[in-house]
Ligand binder design. Structure first.
Ligand SMILES: Cc1cc2nc3c(=O)[nH]c(=O)nc-3n(C[C@H](O)[C@H](O)[C@H](O)COP(=O)(O)O)c2cc1C
Length: 183
């Protein structure tokens, strides 16, 4: 399967990194974009660098490259995940403002009826954020906030991260054992 993973500039770059690792480990093709904001946050929050991530992805794009394949609806993709997704990028996606490759590719996924998963991270939420979530949902996106549960009895931060990555896998219809299901 071919997935477009966009790592955005919200806190929680590690969610995107873990998703990239888990998809490529299973042999899926991953097209990757890391926003400029995400690059700074990743450097602050993790020990990963873009060089490490780029080596794992099949193709890497700049977020301002609107000539890249995923900027066209004709580019074949099985799904797109923005993880983590900032409220700014949510707003662009909700309003069809395709000024970045991420927001343009998201619009293409929605118009072509492809799976688009937005792993939002913000708290508390303001009214524009809430209404933008509704608009994106109404346009076909999956709103999957980075809100880990505790019923699987997490013992390490990795367990919380993998819960969210597992939820993304669930939405993509991919089998996994990233978190322990209820019962
Ligand atoms: C350390 C840091 C953490 C941030 N965390 C968040 C966040 O959790 N959620 C969010 O919506 N924006 C967050 N931001 C703001 C975004 O990075 C900013 O709005 C950026 O323009 C998002 O653009 P992008 O989605 O293209 O990466 C954070 C910024 C910094 C510097």
């Amino acid at each position: 399967m071919r997935y477009f993973v966009s790592i955005g500039g919200a806190s929680g770059s590690i969610y995107g990194i873990r998703l990239l690792q888990e998809l490529t480990k299973r042999g899926h093709e991953v097209y990757l974009v890391v926003s400029e904001g995400a690059k700074k946050i990743m450097q602050h929050e993790t020990t990963y660098t873009c060089t490490i991530l780029n080596a794992q992805a099949d193709v890497v794009y700049d977020n301002d490259d609107l000539c890249a394949g995923p900027a066209s609806g004709s580019f074949p993709l099985d799904g797109m995940i923005v993880i983590p997704c900032s409220m700014k990028t949510l707003s662009a996606i909700a309003h069809g403002f395709g000024e970045t490759l991420t927001s343009r590719a998201a619009s293409c996924c929605m118009k072509e009826g492809r799976k688009l998963i937005l792993v939002l991270r913000e708290t508390p939420l303001d009214l524009p954020g809430i209404t933008n979530m509704l608009a994106a949902k109404e346009s076909g996106a999956v709103i999957l906030p980075a809100m880990p549960a505790f019923y699987h009895k997490p013992e390490r931060i990795e367990d919380l991260i993998d819960f969210i990555v597992g939820k993304v896998f669930d939405q993509l219809g991919l089998q996994h054992s990233l978190y322990k299901r209820w019962k």
